[in-house]
Write a protein that binds this ligand. Structure first.
Ligand code: OKP
Ligand code: ZN
Length: 338
């Protein structure tokens, strides 16, 4: 399977994040990408598709904010990572701000998403990696892997959050639809609910969104991913949330996976875009499921068995020393015959 990434993705390297009341080293480190490359071997450099496919998902004013944010942070006399502290939880509306602190809160859902000097370039090229892998599918490959980092599934049309800035999966799904490769279904198997992806397609019946994740009653992002969220308007019924309890192992996981895949096939998808997080792994430092490395192969084989082409997009996974092997196990599951 072809693998796509870009060296600029290494340039996003915030120092620290706010975690359960403490400042701790930033978990979504560049080492994650290096580990995966070391085990999966090489890869191809992403091709530049420009801003248009990003603007097909995100508010251009949000993208302009992201691009300038760290420079504005430095211009305000600050050092290190840019991070907000005030968030418009009620009466959120577009206002024109000059002050970087106001902008950071206005375009974010949390204080877990620091912006460093290389963040814009890394997020831009992460999305380009997803688009480049989509090109491989459009050219006839049955499977392709976008080694995205930073991840994307917590970012909405006009907000960042959860280590995410540009929603790589949403960008690829929109582009795939526009290329006539749809109907497109997104299957999100990251430990955390993909709230940004859900928001982007919540009222859009053209893209199906199914997510298996830790119950948001106990886990981030808390305010999305509950089973009663099923889409609205023309997207009514095209969102499927399957929350699972902490401690879930393969035995508890497989039924939800089958349910999600049945829904995707039954809906009539012709392409699956997978938000793949390896943070469901038993040793993940910030997550609480109990999947083993071999379970990632099982997961992939079931997706493969649908017979649908699959674009795999990297999301989370923070047990860095095991990450390469877990990704390789998942990708390897697509090599066997269903
Ligand atoms: C990103 B992905 C701050 C607490 C919030 C954010 C988790 C983001 C996970 N440390 N944690 O879905 O893997
Ligand atoms: Zn995650």
């Amino acid at each position: 399977m072809r693998l796509f990434y870009h060296p600029a993705q290494m340039g996003h390297a915030p120092e620290r994040e706010l975690h359960n009341g403490d400042w701790v080293p930033f978990a979504e480190s560049p080492d994650r990408l290096a580990q995966i490359l070391a085990v999966c071997g090489g890869g191809e450099e992403a091709r530049d598709h420009g801003m248009a496919p990003l603007e097909a998902v995100h508010d251009p004013d949000y993208l302009a904010f992201l691009r300038a944010a760290h420079d504005e942070w430095l211009a305000a006399g600050r050092q290190g990572d840019a991070i907000g502290y005030g968030f418009p939880i009620v009466r959120r509306r577009k206002l024109q701000f000059e002050r970087i602190d106001a902008k950071l809160g206005a375009w974010s859902m949390d204080a877990a998403t620091p912006i460093a000097a290389g963040t814009w370039d890394a997020a831009y090229w992460s999305a380009q990696a997803a688009l480049s892998a989509l090109d491989a599918i459009a050219a006839g490959d049955r499977h392709a892997f976008a080694l995205c980092r930073p991840p994307g599934h917590h970012a909405g049309a006009d907000y960042m959050g959860g280590y995410c800035f540009i929603n790589n999966v949403a960008v690829a799904a929109r582009a795939a639809s526009a290329m006539g490769l749809g109907p497109v279904a997104i299957l999100d198997v990251d430990y955390h609910h993909g709230n940004g992806t859900q928001d982007i397609f919540y009222e859009d019946g053209e893209v199906f969104f199914a997510s298996i994740h830790a119950d948001p009653v106990t886990d981030y992002p808390f305010y999305w991913g509950h089973a009663d969220e099923q889409g609205e308007g023309s997207g009514e019924g095209t969102t499927l949330n399957l929350p699972l309890p902490r401690g879930t192992d393969w035995h508890g996981y497989q039924g939800a996976l089958d349910q999600a895949l049945e829904a995707i096939v039954g809906w009539g998808a012709r392409l699956i875009v997978v938000s793949f997080g390896a943070d469901t792994f038993e040793d993940d430092p910030i997550s609480s499921f109990a999947l083993q490395t071999k379970d990632f192969s099982r997961m992939a084989r079931r997706i493969h068995a649908t017979g649908l082409p699959a674009l795999i997009v990297m999301e989370g996974g923070y047990a860095v020393s095991a990450l390469g092997n877990n990704v390789a196990a998942f990708l390897g599951g697509f090599d066997v015959r269903p």
